[in-house]
Unconditional design. Structure first.
Length: 263
């Protein structure tokens, strides 16, 4: 997906749950090569490691290391990269959110100052049969979304804001309980979904998403299969690339085609 000078999208966002792959091993190197080959401006990595290759340059921020499970000190549920420095970094979000799964920051982009909320929403059985074993199914998932609602309520202007990462739900709903899907719908009401439904390059809907305010428009979305050249899987999540433009500079047809929420 090369950028053409006449149609160059202003901003490219990458998302990938890399399933804890070490960056210095073949699978991790492939992920880096395939993501950064597309010249992203901002990248949200979930279930990643802090020992990222220095060759990518740029600037990193990360969620807290305490997400409730034993780990080796290098793992983070959310890492975010930008070409430019981050400011106003927040790795808490809301006290209601299960810890270690959120990091937010502001970074300068071609669209201006952009706020990015990097997220890894707990899967349905977080701390149910593993970890602390003190939760019921979907309990932490719901708590995270309720905390996210508080975070968004503190941002009434709703301009140049994106949510990116692992949402652990498909949109439209596939297998999640209707109550969880409706909660997600309510929390993100008024925002647009760039990753709703099938994504070009992938054979099934995703649970990794990009959601954005309505002053932005998703101009294109592309999936990166998580398979090495020899057929080996590198993650159970594909990579995703989203090109965002400004609503004021996009054509009427692009504005009409934006992905708004639909039940």
């Amino acid at each position: 997906m090369r950028r053409k000078n006449t149609l160059e999208p202003p901003l490219r966002i990458g998302i990938w749950n890399v399933a804890w792959k070490s960056w210095n091993r073949p699978a991790g190197r492939m992920i880096v090569e395939r993501m950064w080959a597309h010249s992203p401006d901002v990248v949200c990595i979930t279930e990643g490691r802090t020992a990222v290759p220095p060759a990518v340059g740029g600037y990193w921020i990360a969620a807290s290391d305490d997400y409730g499970y034993a780990q080796d000190g290098d793992r983070r549920k959310v890492l975010m990269w930008s070409r430019n420095p981050w400011t106003d970094v927040d790795d808490v979000g809301s006290p209601r959110m299960p810890g270690g799964r959120f990091v937010a920051g502001r970074t300068e982009t071609s669209l201006g100052d952009l706020t990015v909320l990097g997220m890894c929403v707990p899967w349905r059985d977080a701390h149910v049969r593993t970890g602390r074993r003190d939760r019921t199914s979907w309990e932490d998932h719901a708590a995270y979304l309720e905390g996210l609602e508080e975070v968004l309520a503190r941002r009434p202007d709703r301009r140049r804001l994106i949510l990116a990462g692992d949402f652990n739900q498909q949109v439209p709903r596939q297998r999640s309980p209707l109550s969880m899907y409706e909660l997600l719908s309510n929390v993100t009401q008024g925002l647009a979904w760039a990753t709703r439904g099938r994504i070009p390059g992938l054979d099934k809907p995703v649970i990794d998403h990009l959601v954005h305010t309505n002053d932005l428009v998703a101009m294109s979305v592309l999936g990166i299969p998580a398979v090495m050249d020899d057929g080996r899987s590198v993650s159970d999540h594909p990579g995703i690339l989203v090109d965002l433009g400004s609503d004021s500079t996009c054509s009427p047809s692009k504005r009409a085609a934006r992905n708004a929420w639909s039940r």
